[in-house]
Design a binder for this molecule. Structure first.
Ligand code: GLP
Length: 243
């Protein structure tokens, strides 16, 4: 793992956007694995700005997102589909038919997981996967458990995650309890991985993910075994990590 310590959220966003930009320039038909959450928002702003300035062309880029809530429609403002459109896709020249997310409207879990797994496979796998870190160490929606789930699956969200997500919804009842997510295998097969972490509230989990035992109880810890991971973390996120 390469750990890049930066000063703050702004620096983290800029650094990660630079790495993704390099990927797009060097291989204009890359498959990018994208993430949602508050952490990547700044990165997407930088990418949109670089595109506006004429420095980045997404016309042959494909994207596959990590996850999507189950039981929420694509037009719901809290769906990850809506997030991706309003934070990135609407501002760059990516072809809508080249952007993929699991379909939260599909009630048939088995069918949806197979459909999404096939999409990733048909795209030829992921060249660069961007990852945030959940408060409990989850990556995508791979929640802490007894074993690493390898393939795309439907997951029951943990209490910590449901509580963390509640801030985005009007009431607790509205907060989705399930999601579709890439599995650990899909993520680990990405050729390159960039992890972004920011803030004091992530300090404890960052330490465990980077230097704790590799265990499904801290899903992100598996990244220690990948051969090309860059972690971009700010001083707050690294405040409990000695590097
Ligand atoms: C959600 C997403 C994760 C993301 C996490 C952290 O649970 N499924 O992919 O990493 O949120 O979000 P934030 O960046 O807002 O802390």
């Amino acid at each position: 793992m390469r750990i890049v310590k930066v000063r703050d959220y702004q620096d983290m966003s800029k650094k990660a956007a630079d790495i993704i930009s390099a990927q797009v320039v060097l291989n204009p038909s890359s498959v990018l694995g994208l993430a949602t959450g508050s952490t990547p928002e700044g990165i997407y702003q930088h990418l949109a700005e670089k595109h506006r300035l004429g420095d980045l062309d997404f016309k042959d880029i494909k994207t596959v997102n990590l996850d999507e809530y189950k039981g929420i429609s694509k037009s719901h403002p809290q769906s990850y589909t809506y997030y991706m459109k309003t934070k990135l896709f609407n501002f760059i020249n990516i072809k809508p038919e080249n952007t993929y997310l699991p379909d939260g409207d599909n009630e048939d879990g088995q069918l949806e997981c197979k459909r999404y797994r096939d999409i990733i496979q048909r795209a030829g796998g992921i060249d660069l996967q961007l990852l945030g870190l959940g408060n409990n160490g989850h990556i995508g929606f791979n929640e802490p458990g007894e074993a690493f789930e390898k393939e795309v699956h439907c997951v029951d969200l943990s209490e910590t995650t449901i509580t963390a997500n509640a801030r985005f919804f009007y009431s607790m009842d509205e907060v989705p309890k399930q999601a579709y997510t890439m599995g650990i295998g899909n993520i680990m097969r990405a050729r390159k991985i960039v992890v972004v972490v920011s803030g004091k509230e992530k300090a404890e989990i960052t330490q465990k993910v980077l230097f704790g035992p590799v265990t499904p109880k801290v899903p992100g810890s598996i990244l220690q075994l990948h051969s090309d991971v860059t972690v971009i973390a700010d001083e707050d996120a690294l405040s409990l990590t000695k590097i």
